[in-house]
Write a protein that binds this ligand. Structure first.
Ligand code: HAM
Length: 421
């Protein structure tokens, strides 16, 4: 029988890789919390309609990439392709915006998109994100961008490029849309199949096309379609970024792949990520999304960052937490010492020392070698004599130093040893 394999486009998180991801997730939670963002968690599946209306029926994500299914009660559901509509639904559904504005939340979790798997693009992937809901201000957009920037700074990532743009308000976008249709319509026969369709449903998405890049480079830019108010809003965002010492590039082609953006949009690119997958993350303002989801109009701004892509950059740059040496191994010296060793391990754990019990019956020297290889900081040996005296012998696996003492004293010594790192 062939062994079962992992589904295409998914990843396992093996124990050796867990500390790096935990460090990345913890760092994000810490940086977000330092800016006033509280944790939020929403369901992994939601009503399909939420994404059709929110993310946008004409987007690639909704048209081609959703994992949708009908449950046994006949409801249309979708594994979330992104976090923003669900978080907004949760916040507004609980009326949090009536208690304080903006509501600042951060999240981490798996997302699902059925795009052709390749390096940096998966069917199941994780996002880290924040959403700031209930305030329409350039300062909040600058804050959101700054949190993402400070996060990568805290990781120590270098080589980031921040791309920013504005899509203006609805009227600006209608003007811009008309300008794009006017420009692309005579070129229709030279466009790829996707773009011919985009010309009808979502002309802004044409700007993203890699195949038609030649035609796109001469397309009109959004600038002339912006009202003075929209232009002013954006200038304040970029002034605030400059004041915060955050370098950025103005990128008038940055349209983003989701329908709900208005005004500020941004992406963080990394030089080491390839081609279309070079975005570590992105986000922007989504003032119309609440209404589209059936709530009163409430503005919002946020971002999401790709965890796998962030991990790839960390690995490439040799970034990560200091190796953990936060455990000891407890070994019974002979086969009959196993119950006493288990008792000592329990006592150590009760005193706050992480203790792995080695209950195997292999030779002691082999078991000690394994403990050292697996990163244990110390070994605790329990033989018949020690057990009878309520004592144990602990051995520092780095220095070889060894000492026999009552179990409480061993626990205190190991606590100090592990705390010293
Ligand atoms: P997004 O640009 O669609 O934005 O996704 C954000 C990030 O998620 C991407 O830059 C990328 O790093 C990662 N990502 C997306 N798709 C995949 C995939 N198939 N495999 C691996 N990583 C992927 C959003 O999702 C918006 N919700 C961001 C936002 C929040 N806007 C406002 N608030």
């Amino acid at each position: 029988m062939p062994a079962i394999t992992r589904p295409r486009g998914t990843n396992d998180l093996l124990p050796a890789e867990a500390p790096l991801r935990e460090w990345v997730l913890d760092t994000h939670a810490r940086v977000a919390a330092a800016h006033g963002y509280d944790p939020i968690d929403t369901p992994v599946f939601e009503a399909t309609e939420m994404y059709e209306r929110g993310t946008g029926a004409g987007t690639d994500v909704v048209e081609k990439e959703m994992f949708s299914f009908t449950d046994r009660g006949g409801r249309q559901l979708t594994l979330r392709p992104e976090g923003t509509p669900g978080v907004l639904r949760a916040v507004l559904g609980a009326h949090l915006e009536q208690e304080r504005r903006p509501v600042r939340v951060h999240y981490a979790g798996p997302m699902f998109r059925y795009a052709r798997p390749q390096a940096g693009r998966y069917h199941e992937f994780w996002q880290l994100g924040i959403e700031a809901i209930g305030e329409r201000s350039p300062a909040l957009d600058a804050e959101v961008i700054e949190v993402a920037w400070r996060f990568y700074e805290a990781l120590g990532v270098s080589g980031l490029s921040l791309q920013v743009n504005t899509l203006g308000d609805i009227e600006d976008r209608l003007r811009y849309r008309a300008a794009l249709v006017e420009y692309f319509t005579p070129l229709r026969s030279r466009l790829c199949d996707d773009c011919r369709r985009r010309l009808e449903v979502n002309p802004l998405r044409l700007l993203d096309c890699k195949r038609d890049a030649g035609l796109v480079s001469d397309a009109p830019q959004i600038g002339p379609s912006l009202s003075p108010e929209s232009q002013g809003f954006f200038t304040r965002v970029t002034d605030l970024l400059s004041a915060a010492g955050i370098p950025f590039s103005l990128n008038p082609r940055l349209v983003r792949g989701l329908d709900y953006y208005a005004h500020t949009t941004f992406e963080l690119w990394h030089e080491s990520l390839q081609g279309a997958q070079n975005a570590l993350g992105g986000g922007g303002r989504y003032d119309g999304l609440a209404e589209v989801l059936g709530f009163p109009s409430v503005p919002g701004s946020g971002y999401a960052l790709g965890v796998e892509r962030t991990l790839a950059v960390c690995r490439e740059q040799g970034l990560g937490p200091a190796p953990r040496r936060d455990r000891v191994v407890v070994l019974g010296v002979g086969p009959t010492d196993a119950p006493a060793a288990a008792r000592v391990a329990r006592e150590l754990r009760a005193a706050g020392v992480a203790a792995v019990l080695d209950a195997s019956e292999r030779r002691l020297d082999r078991r000690l070698a394994t403990a050292a290889r697996q990163g244990a900081r110390a070994a605790v040996l329990v033989g018949a004599e020690e057990a009878a005296a309520g004592a144990a012998t602990w051995k520092d696996l780095d220095t070889g130093r060894q000492e026999t003492a009552p179990v409480a004293g061993v626990a205190a010594a190991l606590g100090r040893l592990l705390a010293a790192g």
